[in-house]
Design a protein around this ligand. Structure first.
Ligand code: FRU
Length: 499
């Protein structure tokens, strides 16, 4: 095994011992040690889910990427495996960047990833190629024929300096396909389709989808799948311009719903919308579970919102979102938390028709690992102008979610969460006013909040690094609101005697 990987494995083994369990998210994957970005190689292999991730074991900031590795039986409790890849070859010397995984007919696991190296010239641009590694679920050998796709495989107008994030799948006839992000010299994103008979030798097929200039510039981390009879394409564009409250400035995530043409070689979009309306969600990738569910997981950060934002004392930075089951309804991609989460609910606290008029705290409603279902509506014969939930609250700090029905605006705001930096703290989303009624499911882990609105029609995700002692939850209304609430603790040890 190469020295760089051996060194990284020894380092992470030692360094991760310095991080107490309590200082990590409980059921969201965080890096073994150091820094994490995109989810990579999300797959089911040898009876377990495998999730790799963009990984810098040596510091809590982005640098030369490795692939971290974890496995899980239920997508909620993760066990770290040793780092899977280090940047040790000439073609990936400056980083093993994002990619995907699948099982080969001979039982080996295939990783397809981007090798990144900086060219020697004055501009030091990142030259990107696609590479393979094969392994047994723990140890991987880089393929002797690497790189398998290079600048020579690109159509003329595409840039080899932006050519990355292969997403691989297998067709029913056994052939392999992969889409890879690239862009034109003007930096307009294009997704290219490549095919292979054996998973090792690849050839260019077609331009699968392209950016007409409406949605950012370069398109990163594509993911393609069929769902409920439609073709769905996820991309994470860089450099977006805002469009009302649908898309915001900077890096974003887009779900296109459409269909395939030209024998599956071209994706034709029909509609698009944001995948998440919060602050921290990027580069999502999906898997088809053995029982047929399409499950998505994203990096629960965003490049524009994470600079200088970490807490060095935690010794890790970056988290994955909750795995989310996807389905289509009314032409939109709906999301709901993976159903396995419900098995970890305990101590239900429930209230019906509670009147909120001013500030309200409810006995038993608090905590930092919580699953809450809330429905609000105007109290009979009344109206309300604003409804607010504060959480991760103590005397000094809180994060809040507020809804103003007459504006149809929902806002997440972590300005008062204890952050001392001027990165992004708020985001607003357009949430239709249906007679003032709003349904939310809110999942708190130690350092994050994920809100599923109206049965998963929209989601709002944010990380919150407030000290763990802030466990308060309170409600507030301007006007008269009636609220139903079902609150559960998550992952609390319930002693046997009490059950
Ligand atoms: C997306 C991304 C990918 C790239 C990786 C590098 O967040 O920029 O396009 O492969 O991160 O870490």
């Amino acid at each position: 095994m190469n020295q760089k990987l051996l060194f990284a494995r020894a380092y992470e083994r030692e360094a991760s011992r310095q991080i107490p369990e309590m200082a990590r998210p409980k059921f969201h994957l965080s890096p073994c040690t150091g820094w994490m970005n995109d989810p990579n190689g999300f797959s089911f292999y040898k009876g377990e889910y495998h999730l790799f991730y963009q990984y810098n074991p040596y510091d809590t900031c982005w640098d030369t990427m490795h692939w971290g590795h974890a496995v899980s039986g239920d997508l909620l409790s993760w066990r770290y495996l040793p780092a899977a890849m280090a940047p040790n070859e000439w073609y990936d010397a400056d980083g093993c960047w994002s990619g995907s995984a699948m099982e080969m007919p001979d039982g080996r696991q295939l990783l397809m990833y981007t090798g990144n190296r900086r060219e020697g010239g004055a501009t030091r641009e990142n030259l990107q190629v696609q590479c393979l590694a094969l392994g047994d679920g723990i140890d991987y050998e880089k393929y002797a024929g690497n790189p398998v796709l290079t600048a020579a495989d690109l159509p003329d107008e595409c840039s080899p300096y932006d050519f990355r994030d292969p997403s691989i799948w297998r067709e029913s006839d056994g052939t392999y396909r992969a889409i890879v992000g690239t862009c034109t010299k003007e930096r307009l994103g294009k997704l290219l389709l490549f095919s292979s008979e054996d998973g090792l030798r690849w050839r260019f097929e077609s331009v699968f989808a392209e950016n007409d200039g409406r949605l950012g510039l370069m398109w990163e981390c594509p993911d393609f799948f069929m769902l409920d009879g439609k073709a769905v394409l996820l991309v994470s564009p860089q450099d977006m311009l805002p469009q009302d409250f649908e898309y915001h400035n900077g890096n974003g995530t887009v779900a296109f719903i459409g269909h395939l043409e030209d024998d599956g070689k071209r994706f034709v979009p029909e509609t698009d919308h944001a995948v998440d309306y919060g602050i921290d969600f990027y580069a999502p990738t999906t898997i088809l579970t053995p029982d047929g569910r399409r499950v998505m997981i994203g990096w629960m950060q965003n490049w524009d919102a994470c600079q200088n934002a970490g807490r060095k004392d935690l010794l890790w930075y970056g988290q994955m979102s909750l795995p989310r089951e996807l389905f289509l309804r009314s032409g939109r991609l709906y999301q709901r938390p993976i159903r396995e989460l419900e098995e970890h609910r305990s101590r239900r606290v429930s209230y019906e028709n509670v009147r909120v008029d001013g500030e309200l705290r409810l006995p038993g409603v608090e905590g930092r690992m919580v699953d809450m279902e809330i429905t609000i509506r105007p109290a009979p014969g009344c109206v309300y102008h604003k409804f607010e939930i504060r959480f991760m609250e103590d005397e000094r700090f809180f994060t809040k979610l507020s809804y103003r029905p007459h504006e149809s605006i929902l806002r997440i705001d972590r300005k008062f969460s204890g952050s001392r930096r001027a990165y992004i703290h708020q985001r607003r989303a357009m949430v239709p006013n249906r007679g003032g009624e709003l349904k939310l499911r809110m999942i708190l882990d130690r350092y994050s909040v994920e809100v599923f609105l109206n049965d998963g029609e929209q989601t709002v995700t944010a990380t919150v690094l407030t000290d763990l002692s802030a466990t308060g939850i309170s409600f507030f209304a301007e006007g008269q609101v009636e609220m139903d609430i079902d609150k559960y603790d998550l992952f609390q040890e319930v002693s046997r005697e009490k059950v």
